[in-house]
Design a protein around this ligand. Structure first.
Ligand SMILES: Nc1nc(O)c(N)c(N[C@@H]2O[C@H](COP(=O)(O)O)[C@@H](O)[C@H]2O)n1
Length: 193
């Protein structure tokens, strides 16, 4: 199993999300590229999030930063043009040891902040009512989708679709509940010094 695979964490700490889902393609809204119709649902969309006076350019940047507690890694990921790729480089050596048991709560936190700080995102979620939301990883080179997404198989999307599921949960309940460790946001102070 790859170091980067989060499926074992989901199985152990978030068994309620450890499943493969199938959705009829005709009833799906797909998240693929930021520039596309529903691109605002993508975590990479330009939706600045302000926390304790620090501005994060996207939910993705915030999520990637939450993996770290060390100043060097936090600064490198914050300054990176592509925070996801830079985080990958630092993860092997600097990922916080409890990342596995907080990963879904961290994602919920980031999406909830985006929701609270961006009305256009709220409006778009409401507009998607009645449709399934899926992260479409069909074009990704790997054979199977990872935990966040799905792939198109004939007339349906299939995969764990954790991102889509969290967005649908948010749409239904108007909020995502999360429980983070007390030090989860300490990294923000490292960006101020
Ligand atoms: N562009 C892109 N490439 C991938 O390989 C992906 N897995 C995704 N999905 C998004 O990745 C984010 C979390 O990734 P990690 O768990 O840190 O590897 C999350 O925002 C997914 O929506 N996108």
């Amino acid at each position: 199993m790859s170091f980067y695979s989060i499926a074992p964490f989901i199985q152990e700490y978030y068994p309620q999300y450890y499943s493969i889902e199938t959705y009829p393609a005709a009833q799906c809204i797909t998240i693929h590229k930021v520039a596309e119709e529903w691109g605002l649902f993508c975590n990479f969309a330009h939706t600045p999030i302000v926390l304790y006076g620090v501005t994060f350019k996207s939910a993705e940047q915030l999520f990637q930063l939450m993996k770290f507690k060390d100043k060097e890694a936090v600064r490198a990921v914050f300054q990176a043009r592509n925070p996801k790729m830079t985080a990958k480089k630092w993860e092997r050596t600097h990922r916080r040891p409890d990342w596995g048991c907080m990963i879904v709560d961290a994602m919920k936190f980031c999406i909830q902040q985006k929701y609270e700080q961006h009305e256009a995102f709220q409006v778009m979620l409401d507009k998607s009512e009645g449709k399934y939301i899926v992260e479409d990883q069909t074009s990704f080179p790997k054979k199977a989708p990872d935990t966040w997404g799905t792939k198109l198989c004939e007339d349906h999307y299939t995969g764990p679709n954790l991102l889509g599921r969290l967005l649908m949960e948010l749409r239904e309940y108007k909020r995502l509940d999360y429980h983070l460790p007390a030090n989860a946001l300490d990294f923000i102070q490292l960006l101020k010094k």
